[in-house]
Design a binder for this molecule. Sequence first.
Ligand SMILES: [Zn+2]
Length: 128
Amino acid sequence: MFELAFWLLCCMGVGYYADKKGRSQWKWGIAAALFSPIIVGIVLALMSDKSVERDVAELRMGQEQLRDRVAADEKITEARFGQMEGRLGSAAPATGALEEVRHCPSCGETLRTGDRFCARCGEEVSWV
Ligand SMILES: [Zn+2]
């Protein structure tokens, strides 16, 4: 009875080892049970490690997902910039009309909106 339990444990160990190497846990576990866990274990150890290939594939997939996400983010950012530009574009003429910059016709001094006389030379300014 103890031997059978030990045998099963060995088969499970082989299965676990197979899983670690990126191979079918059950197929290798059954193979170990049918033949011998020692022989199957040795065969498994001699087989190439598939888990490395799997890791590489997963890594590549992750990179692609990341690239997609970055591309999506860029699109969102672009859209936001577009919205912002649109807002600024529509706002700019309004502020320009509100804060019209005038210069004194006599001395060229920058006048404040609504000033009737130049602050520097006293020239009368018409805002019409
Ligand atoms: Zn002036």
